[in-house]
Design a protein around this ligand. Structure first.
Ligand SMILES: *Cc1c(COP(=O)(O)O)cnc(C)c1O
Length: 454
């Protein structure tokens, strides 16, 4: 019998993260301040510890994973690589479909892979408290868990609408000891100003970021944490791809195509970058490998956006980053993959896409839920709506193989389970969800407001 689940031993947990910057054709474009000049790293020390800033700017290929972090990773890592045999049968495809399952972490997604080292480096730097923002609640619960592991109190600014609509994500954070406030809140100047204008402000990720950063910048004992987009977050997530490579080695296979959902780019970079290292090293087995970022048609950052300097948040509070963007004032419509609603993308993923080393595809909402439901029926796991995007694209690849008869090896990142997203599945079953392609004119209009640089 061929193995359907490829497991590693705890001692196989990688000892180093992989930094793709070492293998990029061009150095990454630096973040810029409002004056158009590169941001001085010292300015960022008000909100990040030195070790994280070093990782953010590092060009070293391998970065050691602290022992304390590996010990906590052991609670759920190495994560399984699973062959989706029943899905292959349901599709009647000659392709071999594999998924790397990140839903077995305490928070139920890949996000603790970065939350744990972020909490560790802050603790080591003598920081006493952490702040963050959360939209759908995945990142907030991950950092609440990680803070608790190192005895660091965490304050989460949760976008007001999610705070009302996702009470169980909030209870999870509280179970791990975090304080959770609906944003905008009375705790910061940003929040008070927003509430003075509109006491019923539903909140936004941009506002919540501004509140969390304002608090961290104003208190020397407090730092800020971010769950995606930045280089150090993608670095931490490479644990996913590094393990997957060991798992494929064990069965003597190598993927032809790797697919991952892409919001801020951390899980996609995490699974794909270690394989790009093989390509950069000129390895024959990696020659034909394709890595594809999968995004929603309602928030088509890579497939429709511009490659330009833009703010990371809606209020223009953060430094300017060079990335694919739909414009920082882009307003995504009501889509259910909360983690894929970001207007921008990781600068590293953006640059690799620009240089043609990774691809991107956009998929519509109904087809993603259809794919997720088919997957759950075949394989058992109920995927997060974000993960359903990768499943949709993996199924499409497998159906192409069915047409051509090619037995390709397909790998996708199953970034999380969907246990807290059943309301979205309910709406899908009730026929209440729509397909929505963000209109080209609306993208153009939003891109008119990009900040002028240089
Ligand atoms: C946050 C999230 C994503 C998207 O974020 P990336 O940084 O692009 O990985 C995808 N899947 C799940 C389950 C998430 O929680």
């Amino acid at each position: 019998m061929e193995a359907t689940r490829i497991d590693l031993e705890q001692n196989d947990i990688p000892t180093h993260w992989y930094n793709v910057v070492a293998d990029m054709k061009n150095p990454p474009a630096p973040p810029l301040g409002p004056d158009g000049q590169p941001v001085a790293p010292e300015r960022m020390l008000a909100i990040f510890p030195g070790a994280i800033l070093e990782q953010e700017m590092s060009a070293e290929r391998w970065i050691p994973i602290p022992q304390e972090v590996r010990e906590i990773y052991r609670l759920w890592r190495p994560s399984p690589l699973v062959r989706a045999v029943r899905l292959e049968q349901a599709l009647g495809t000659p392709a071999k479909i594999f998924y790397k399952f990140e839903g077995c972490s305490p928070a139920g997604s890949h996000k603790p892979n970065s939350a744990v080292p972020q909490a560790f480096y802050n603790k080591q730097a003598g920081i006493k408290r952490l702040t963050t923002e959360t939209g759908a609640g995945q990142w907030g619960s991950s950092i609440a868990f990680a803070g608790q592991m190192f005895g660091l109190p965490v304050r989460v600014y949760m976008v007001n609408v999610s705070y009302q609509q996702k009470p169980f994500r909030r209870s999870m954070m509280q179970t791990w000891g975090a304080e959770v406030y609906a944003s905008p809140s009375q705790l910061t100047q940003t929040g008070r100003d927003a509430l003075a204008k509109d006491p019923n402000n539903p909140g936004s990720l941009g506002l919540a970021i501004s509140e969390a950063v304002e608090e961290a910048a104003g208190r020397p004992d407090t730092n800020y944490t971010l769950g995606s987009v930045l280089n150090h977050v993608l670095l931490h997530q490479t644990i996913i791809g590094l393990e997957a490579k060991k798992q494929f080695d064990k069965i003597g296979l190598y993927p032809d195509v790797i697919l991952g959902p892409c919001g801020g780019g951390s899980s996609f970079g995490g699974i794909a970058f270690p394989f790009l290292a093989d390509q950069a090293a000129g390895e024959k087995r990696a020659e034909k490998l394709r890595c594809v970022a999968v995004e929603p048609t309602s928030c088509p950052t890579l497939t429709q956006g511009a490659y330009a300097y833009d703010y990371g948040d809606a209020s223009g509070f953060t430094p300017l980053m060079k990335m694919y963007t739909l414009g920082h004032d882009f307003m995504p419509p009501g889509i259910h993959a909360g983690g894929l609603r970001y207007h921008g993308d990781s600068p590293l993923v953006s640059q690799l896409f620009h240089e043609g080393r990774v691809e991107a595809v956009a998929v519509p909402q109904l087809a993603t839920f259809e794919a997720g439901t088919l997957f759950a029926k075949a394989e058992g796991v109920i995927p997060a709506p974000e993960s359903c995007h990768a499943i949709r694209a993996a199924i499409d690849e497998a159906l192409k193989c069915k047409a051509t008869g090619e037995p390709k090896v397909i790998l996708f990142n199953l970034t999380g389970h969907g246990h807290f997203d059943m309301a979205a599945y309910d709406r899908y079953f009730a026929g209440e969800l729509d397909d929505y392609a963000y209109p080209r004119e609306a993208v153009e209009a939003s891109l008119q407001h990009l900040p002028q640089v240089g």
